[in-house]
Each structure stands twice: as C-alpha cells, then as structure tokens.
Design a protein around this ligand. Structure first.
Ligand code: SD4
Length: 321
C-alpha cells in the first residue's frame, strides 16, 4: 500500500511538471477581481466556464454553479456527478452545497439519479424554507422541479466497483487520479463572494454516508466581509474541525488565507497525529481582497486559478507532510 502510494505520488509529481503545474508566486498571490479558484486539476475546465460569467461582470453565484456543472456532467471524472464511483452497494449518491454573498445556503446529500446536484442545492436555497434535503426527499424535490432522473453509474465505475467488491476493503486513497471533490470559490466584479462544492463522496462508502462537501461550514463557507474557504479529502476529518468555517474565522482573526489553511490542517494533525499521516485533506481559501491560500496534509493537492493576472493555471499546494 505504502509503496504504491509513494509511486503514485511520484508519478503525479511528474505529471504535474508536464502539465505546467507551478507553485504560486508572490506576485500571483494578490489578485484583482474577478477571480475564480477551484480544487484539483479539473478545476481548469470548470474555471473556464465560470470565467465566461465573471468576465462579463456576472454574479459569483451564477459563475460557481455553471463552473461546477462541467465536472458534474463529465463521465470520465469518477469523483463528481455522472460517472462518480458508487457506494459499497453500487449506488451513486451525490452531495453538494452552495452559498452566496448574503449567507443564503442550500444543500443536498445522498441524492441519486440527478446529474447536477449543485443546481438542486441552489433550488433548495431559493425555493424552500429549508437549507438541506437528503436522500429520497431530495430526489422528489428535484423531480418536482424539473430535473431529469438518469442513471449515473457508468460502465467504468460499475467495473471498478465490481473489482473493489472482490476484497471489499474500505480504504480511501490519497489524491484519486488528481481529481476529487470540486470546491469552487468566486469573487465577482462587484466584490461579492460565492462558493459551490459538489462530489460523489468517498468511493465505496456505506450507503447513506454523508461527507463534508454538502455541509455548510465543513466543505464550504462564505463570509462576504472576510473571505471564503472550501475543502477536499476525507470528509470525516473536515467535519470534525468544522473545516471551512474554521479557515474563514481564522482569517477574520487576522490570519492570511495561507496561514488560515495551514492552521486548520495542523488542527487535524493535532487531533489525529497517526491517522493524519495516511490520509489527505486540503483547504483552499480566498479573501475578500483576492488573496489566496492553499494547504494540504499530503503532497499532490492541486488547485486551479483564473483571473486577469493568472489566466487559468494549475498550482500545487504546500503540504504538512
Ligand atoms: C467526502 N470530501 O465525501 C469528500 C470527498 C473527497 O477526497 O473530497 N474525497 O468526504
């Protein structure tokens, strides 16, 4: 297990250099609005979609929703939306949440059969007195609001699940093929922040398991006075520290986004020193002034940035280990 993980990390480092992944330079850390940032390499195509809205002075909320639609609909991405790896019973269950500049929030968890859970989350936010719908209730709500019921389990994901069933061991991998949950944060031309987070969750989880991604304060948090944060990795550990809310509150106390992400990761290490060596958690943060931060437990966490100064580039975050 250790050797294959090391090999994987080495090969992803090679791939990263081939893809032109760099470390954020000082001059790139302070970026003018609008800006969109998102987790992992697949953030590049998602950011490009969000940028179409941001560059025309559109609203950050619309940008993040449109942006994360890209990986949600992509069957080759097996960690988000259509094509996501199923739970241990072979069911693809999706988690998503969205938050705008007015602290409006919406979320769905354990939602099946709908390609764009982020848009269902937005409908929960805009059309109901609630902030989160789960399971069958979320599906019924989606269908009643015009979403189509579709099979989300691709042949490839079904094959991978059948392979997994042979041993049926639940062991989350670090940095699944360099894409995982997509968390996206945008700061628009009016200097308003919004965020979206969407995932198929940990592959082969127990049916009904919900991670950090749809939990406001864990997988995503936006405070339009201060900044916003999002997370990826083992959701249980992010929930344990109310991760994204913690990052934003640390920024409120005067820490830079980078310092805030580092402090949050260190809190996970302090909670679980041994466990933290074997798993991945990454945080990505953006301040109201366009300052960025990113930090992860393990090497290999990448994120994508699109602004006027940084036309859609991938960066590798620093890590604790
Ligand atoms: C979860 N945080 O469900 C998500 C999935 C993820 O690396 O990002 N996995 O826990």
């Amino acid at each position: 297990m250790k050797t294959s993980r090391r090999k994987f990390i080495q090969s992803s480092a090679v791939l990263a250099s081939m893809a032109g992944i760099s470390t954020l330079q000082a001059q790139e850390k302070k970026i003018t609005k609008p800006i969109v940032i998102s987790t992992w390499n697949f953030g590049v195509s998602a950011n490009a979609e969000a940028w179409k809205i941001l560059s025309k002075s559109g609203r950050a909320l619309d940008a993040v929703e449109a942006g994360v639609h890209v990986p949600e609909a992509d069957p080759t991405i097996n960690t988000v939306g259509y094509g996501g790896l199923p739970d241990r019973d072979g069911r693809v269950t999706l988690d998503a949440c969205i938050m705008d500049e007015h602290a409006n929030i919406g979320a769905v968890a354990c939602l099946e059969y709908i390609v764009h859970p982020i848009s269902v989350a937005r409908k929960v936010m805009e059309k109901t007195p609630h902030v989160m719908l789960v399971g069958d209730g979320a599906l019924q709500f989606a269908l009643a609001n015009g979403f189509k019921k579709e099979n989300l389990l691709t042949k490839e994901s079904e094959q991978a699940w059948k392979e997994w069933l042979k041993k049926a061991e639940y062991k989350p991998l670090v940095n699944i093929e360099n894409h995982d949950t997509i968390g996206m944060i945008a700061l628009d031309a009016r200097q308003n922040l919004s965020g979206a987070c969407t995932t198929s969750g940990m592959a082969y989880k127990m049916h009904g398991r919900v991670g950090d991604s749809p939990i406001i304060g864990a997988g995503l948090f936006v405070d339009n006075e201060i900044g916003a944060a999002t997370s990826t990795g083992v959701g249980e550990e992010v929930i344990r520290i109310c991760g994204s809310h913690l990052v934003v509150e640390l920024m409120r106390q005067g820490n830079t986004p980078q310092q805030a992400c580092e402090l949050a990761v260190k809190r996970i290490v302090n909670n679980q020193p041994e466990k933290s060596k074997e798993m991945q958690v990454g945080f990505l943060a953006l301040s109201k002034n366009g300052e960025l931060g990113a930090y992860a437990l393990q090497k290999g966490f990448t994120y994508s940035v699109y602004s006027n100064e940084v036309p859609n580039k991938i960066f590798e975050s620093k890590s604790y280990y």
